[in-house]
Unconditional design. Structure first.
Length: 230
């Protein structure tokens, strides 16, 4: 039986609401139940997602039996190769992000904020999960006006993204490794760089986030080869 996760992996992951559903996971459930087709997602119909849409249609038609058939994780904008895709933690709408806000606004848990990450041209809408030592933990939730949410987001201007938390799809890294990863909900499909600071099974936290693509060092590859021989 098709699972939501098998279908979700080919969706854009933007949770934009353009399909009429609250998020991509709910749309994946509708696909599973046969209530919609991939064409109901306007974003998936964009040329940059043509491969995803084709794979999804083949899979739904039963002509593609391997859910792991997409071997490479390639950025949509820069066409860079990522080490893995980062999906949200179980039951969460998007990867957790930790932000630094430079705005003087008084913020609290549960508030919806509007901001632009430093170095990113896309405006983000997010809900604050928690605030600790002035740092904001958030989920990106998309613009409320497309999702029938009656809200007035607090505008923060430019924020700095310090870390991501989520679930790895792909080869498992090690703590301390510099990685190139693709956040599943990134609207640009942009490969990010960072450092693995915690790892529990497939769950990870990545710090030192940068939109520049860092290259791996020979030391890292040596570490991996040495560990493989143990």
């Amino acid at each position: 039986m098709r699972s939501n996760d098998e279908l979700y992996r080919w969706l854009p992951g933007f949770n934009c609401g353009a399909c009429g559903y609250t998020d991509c996971q709910t749309f994946a459930q509708a696909l599973k139940e046969g209530n919609v087709s991939p064409g109901n997602c306007p974003v998936l119909s964009q040329e940059r997602f043509a491969r995803n849409k084709n794979q999804l249609e083949l899979y739904l038609a039963g002509r593609l039996n391997c859910p792991d058939c997409i071997e490479d994780y390639i950025g949509l904008i820069d066409h860079a190769r990522a080490d893995f895709i980062l999906h949200p933690l179980s039951g969460e709408p998007a990867c957790r992000e930790t932000l630094v806000s430079f705005a003087p606004e008084k913020l609290s848990d549960g508030m919806v904020i509007k901001y632009r990450p430093l170095g990113c041209p896309i405006t983000h809408f997010a809900r604050i999960i928690a605030i600790e030592n002035g740092l904001l933990d958030v989920w990106v939730i998309g613009p409320g006006k497309l999702l029938d949410r009656d809200e007035s987001p607090c505008e923060l201007g430019i924020c700095m993204v310090l870390s991501f938390q989520g679930v790895i799809e792909g080869p498992r890294p090690y703590v301390g490794q510099t990685v190139k990863f693709l956040p599943a909900h990134c609207m640009m499909g942009k490969v990010h760089s960072g450092v693995i600071v915690s790892l529990e099974g497939e769950k990870t936290r990545i710090d030192c986030i940068d939109l520049k693509i860092w290259e791996h060092t020979s030391t890292q590859f040596t570490h991996k080869v040495n560990n493989a021989g143990r």
